[in-house]
Write a protein that binds this ligand. Sequence first.
Ligand code: ADP
Length: 359
Amino acid sequence: MNSIEQQIKETLQQIPFSDNGGNVLDAEVVYSLELSGETANVMLVIGKEYQSIREETIKKIEAGLKTVDGISDVTMKVVGSKSEIETQQKQNAGANPAPPEQANYLQEYENVILIASGKGGVGKSTVAINLALALKEMGKKVSVLDADVYGPSIPIMLGKRNEPLQVVGQQVKPLNQYGIDFMSVGNMVKEDQALIWRGPMAHQVIQQMLRDAAWPGGDYMIIDLPPGTGDVQLSVAQMTEATGAVIVCTPQDVALLDARKAIAMFNKVNIPVLGMIENMSAFVCPKCGAETPIFAKGGTERESTDQNIAYIGGIPIEMDIRLGSDNGDPIVHASPNSASAKVFKEIAVRLDQIVTEAN
Ligand code: ADP
């Protein structure tokens, strides 16, 4: 059976809207959808120009959602434009500011570590997965949550691309690979669809992966955040009591500048920054062993000193690291005795020390 999110998306995508082949999801008719037990609370936006198909569309959405396993009731609110909702939200906020939703999911884990980066493409997911495997090698029980809903890459890195998540009872069951339990939006939707999550839906999917998932618990939950300082970071910060964040960065100034913003964001939401890791630190020639600092090695360490944050370690840029990630067998698992796997293991030991000192 598909996950509840996937069933909802597939159902909504089958409901037509407009005459050019669109559907209610892509046409943004469904502004938000929130599950409360078995009730789906839906907010729809249907403009005046669609008056002729308004009632029919509402009925189809209600009937469609009721066919989804786990939904028995649907409540609907229909407005004429997005700005109506925004005005209403602003008025509500002014009159009675809503407290941010606070929850404390993942309590079954000793430590919840957020892996973050200022920029995309710096190797955050590569570091998250190899770090998780290195902690597992140390005898820790480790799970990984891929919270990068806009570009989930953990399923590819763990060789579990296109493997759907299963729903058991009301809970989504994490997948397991190389001894790591993990969950990703990449296993909920088709790969080319992951990018369409909008703010409220991204929040919901994170909430469901935290709240409605049968996580086994253990020593470490490693959460791979999207790059930057967006809504998902705040959702995760609000819904977990994270032990702390680790910032992955390449050494050059542009990446460091964005990393500084990520650090400022964690400070704002009171999540300790446990340390920084420099990825793609230097290129070591596999033929002659000469080291070339492609991105100017050492920038992250200097930045961490400036910010009074621990420097956890530096990872070289290396063909085998890329191949491991891209081929679904990360280097710490594929070549545990390689020089790079050893670097990841040293970083895992250092992080474990930092976490023990912080607890
Ligand atoms: P992010 O999560 O920051 O977007 P990824 O972990 O997806 O970045 O890495 C982006 C690309 O860079 C991937 O193809 C990955 O295999 C590669 N990569 C990451 N770290 C290294 C490294 N140290 N050496 C070589 N390739 C790397």
